[in-house]
Design a binder for this molecule. Sequence first.
Ligand SMILES: N[C@@H](CCC(=O)N[C@@H](CS)C(=O)NCC(=O)O)C(=O)O
Length: 247
Amino acid sequence: MQPIQVYNGPHGQGPNPWKVVIVLEELGLPYDIVWIPYGEIKSEPYTSLNPNGRLPSMVDPNKSVTLWESGAIINYLVATYDGERRLTYGDDRLEDKWLLQSWLMFQMSAQGPMFGQKMWFTQLHVEQNLQTAIDRYGAEVKRIMGVVDGALGKQRRKLGLAADDVVWLVGDKCTYADLAFAPWNTLLGTLFPGGGLDVRKEFPEYHRWNANVTKRPATRKVLEFREECIRLALLMELYRYSSYVDR
Ligand SMILES: N[C@@H](CCC(=O)N[C@@H](CS)C(=O)NCC(=O)O)C(=O)O
């Protein structure tokens, strides 16, 4: 099998491409990351891969399939390559199978965009301390975490699990739905600088669930690699800056 190509931004900070990489790694599929500068994603040839000019995109040379939108790519990978249903359920568990889609859509339409807006107004927006926006997206982040936390608690009660047993969003195993939340969760530490969020205390189920997702060897490997990419990119930026100052 030829490696599947995943397009990603050079510093690796954006969470969405890593959702795809995690699923590839969890399924043990060969892949290459194609690093494309952000300055090149809004124009051709990249927009032929992704008309939205964002990351990720995926090219599967084995099936001549090119896709964009991380959720669609995850669906494709699972439908095409997860015959053993390692990360999904089959028609014999019809409701569970489709509930995974509910959670994936929720990740795509709620966790990603709202965490993203909170990050934007907290860290990047040109007008600093735009408090109404910071508050609105802060409240949304917490509301979304509350939805997940509540659902995990219900699962725990439904399955009769003890407080320290592992619980997943749907059914009795970790699926692509759980994995899809992991990269955006890495931002939780920076979304509320100066306090304002104590995940362990406010959302204990969420806290335990995220710990269980991120300690899976394949997922951990990808998230550690992402950290390494970010560190390396920052070092290279510092190096470029220092050579500029030296001149
Ligand atoms: N819904 C899209 C969101 C894609 C997205 O916003 N990607 C970010 C990186 S995480 C990006 O390309 N940012 C660069 C930009 O907006 O120009 C997906 O999940 O694929």
